[in-house]
Design a protein. Sequence first.
Length: 142
Amino acid sequence: MTTSPEPQAIAERQLCGLVNGLAQQIAEHVRVRAATLGLTAPQATALRELSGPMTMRELAERMSCEPSNTTFVIDRLEKQGLVGRHPHPTDRRAKHLVLTAEGAALRRRLLDLLAAGSPLSGLTPQEQRVLHGLLEQAITGP
């Protein structure tokens, strides 16, 4: 005799499927919008996350990837004149990543493109805050 899965297990599986589906939609949205600017999805993600000067390690954490992958992405953005490496103000071993004027302008265009038609744009700002809080709680725990 086969027993049916617990209702909680079914609900969790369904929720995981929804979260995964949303993540895929967001990734595709970023990829398509990035391509219109001549960027790869990782380059667009780096530009989106470079909200101010930060180290490669900080950017890698924000991008959820290894620092070596971030280095490759930043090397390409630097060659395009979009990002510069500057001495860190307090750590001689580290460099600060800083957007150039051209990089900052491209970032603004990218953010506008990402906001338009985003998979999350169907939610009100209040609903987005609630979703943010719930996801943060699920990730970090109570």
